[in-house]
Design a protein around this ligand. Sequence first.
Ligand SMILES: [Fe+2]
Length: 217
Amino acid sequence: MGARQPDTSAFGASALAPRLDRLRDFVVDFAALLSQTKDEARILDVGRTFLADLVAHDDWLPEAFARPDPIRYAQHLLHCDSLERFSVVSFVWGPGQATPVHDHTVWGLVGVLRGAELEQPYLRLADAVIPAGPVRRLRAGEVAAVSPTVGDIHQVTNAYDDRVSVSIHVYGDNIGAVRRHAYDRAGRPKPFISGYANTLTPNLWGADAGPRRTLNS
Ligand SMILES: [Fe+2]
């Protein structure tokens, strides 16, 4: 008799169960980091290594959270810290989809899991937003930072017009509930609260969600 195979029916077409333990380790590590420091530079510095580790593997994101929306990019909440100190989100970019020029008002890290994206940073003047440097191409495995300190206004576009790209973001708040701004060409801010596309989040805490590194070791 062979070993019993895990039930993967909840994870769409994938033949193997997603390695949710990778995401769980990431959120446990991030919670521990934020318990140690409130220093943004250190959070971005250390958090960048956590996110780089997470997006170095493309075997953990359940298919439901990598599904594009034909109309606009999709923003799926993967995890929100119980104290709303941070949130982890998958952004799914359909072919050619882009954000408006926007800000975040909190620190954030962006890691590309699949495909690639183009980021144009902007500077806000009294009567305009202007490009602040060249467009940056972020490839799978690469990580970038945003914040009011290091540069907070940008526009992000799927680098591909013929395939989906997916990036994983972590922000220093429950980003879907944060009041922030999109900007028109005249630099006029338009407030928005993004919300999330999903109503259910991955269950990171079940016995079948992979080995527990942090809690049992
Ligand atoms: Fe952004």
